[in-house]
Design a protein around this ligand. Sequence first.
Ligand code: NAD
Ligand code: UD1
Length: 337
Amino acid sequence: MAILVTGGAGYIGSHTCLELLRSGYDVVSLDNYYNSSPEALKRVMKLAGKELTAYDCDIRDRGGLQKIFSEHAIEVVIHFAGLKAVGESVRIPLAYYENNVAGSVTLLQEMEKAGVHCIVFSSSATVYGDNDPPYVEDMPTGAVTNPYGRTKYIIEEILKDACAANEALSAVLLRYFNPIGADSSGQMGENPNGIPNNLMPYIAQVAVGKLSELQIFGDDYPTPDGTGVRDYIHVSDLGVGHVKAVAYAMEHTGAQAINLGTGKGVSVLELVRAFEKASGVNIPYKIVPRRAGDIPASYADPGKAKELLGFVTQRTVDDMCADTWKWQSGNPDGYKA
Ligand code: NAD
Ligand code: UD1
């Protein structure tokens, strides 16, 4: 029995492929390598001591999808492939709707033709918009402020409609909080293109001297130290969450939204201090005005993941920092090295 992983070479996809191989699944990766490198999959195979099958393919390529479904007995699709930069999505929204939304529809249609009934989808805590945390799955969604976030909301709604129309279909909508960290081997990690937008890769690049200082976006939020609070989850815990979601998807039908977070809020300054402790490197920073669109605090109610999937995170913020440091210091140029 095989699992098709779209976006399998990406940051979360590659860590999930590793967990799937370790759990005994056959893995087929589909990626167009727009934001990743085939080297990530080579490292997955080396670390797992097992092979996976990799296709250089786009989710919008019907012929490519048909070939994959005809060559493998796929039971579940884990769907990571998509564009994910919030600022870019404001500049080129149509590319986001085409890639993320239209691409997902093409994938679902080809799954239907191939008789594949289970999908695990990469959604995001961004769908909760301006609700007050902790976020619970039955809160209203959709009040998102950017096209990237809207693609996640729209795809969730499409999957709910598809499940309502076909009672054989199973869709698990995983709402990730803030994935950070790297495999503890130091061989795999996040490899952002250009200057990172997100906090952890930015801190890591300051630590290795690629960037000179961190800018902290606001210290006047209504949070304990005034800086933004987020629920950071180790990417390897996230990979384990996907393995559990695959098992759940195969045993149930219908659409189910599930948070993947730790339930703990951590501030920007707390993360900086934890990284300094893990790396022994001082992170220079300055406080600058708030970033447009940011919210004060976001963290999960992780109860449903525990109840339905038996999923509880294992790794601490210190682990997240130590593993990021191991990856970043050993691979300052990511997979290019
Ligand atoms: P990533 O960019 O590292 O991985 C996405 C992968 O999809 C890349 O390898 C890219 O080359 C591939 N891809 C993009 N468009 C494709 C297409 N049309 N056909 C085939 N492959 C395509 O991103 P990630 O951080 O691993 O995120 C994975 C998923 O999780 C995304 O859908 C993202 O929106 C979602 N997500 C990420 C975060 C986060 O903070 N990283 C948070 C919430 C949700
Ligand atoms: C980002 C995305 C969001 C996505 C989420 C998941 C943006 C605007 N939003 O949110 O859609 O769902 O990741 O991972 O990109 N910060 C700094 N300095 C920096 C970078 C960030 O102070 O250089 C602060 C932010 O203000 C925030 C915290 O660090 O308080 C985390 O920021 P980031 O890593 O970008 O994640 P989110 O804003 O949660």
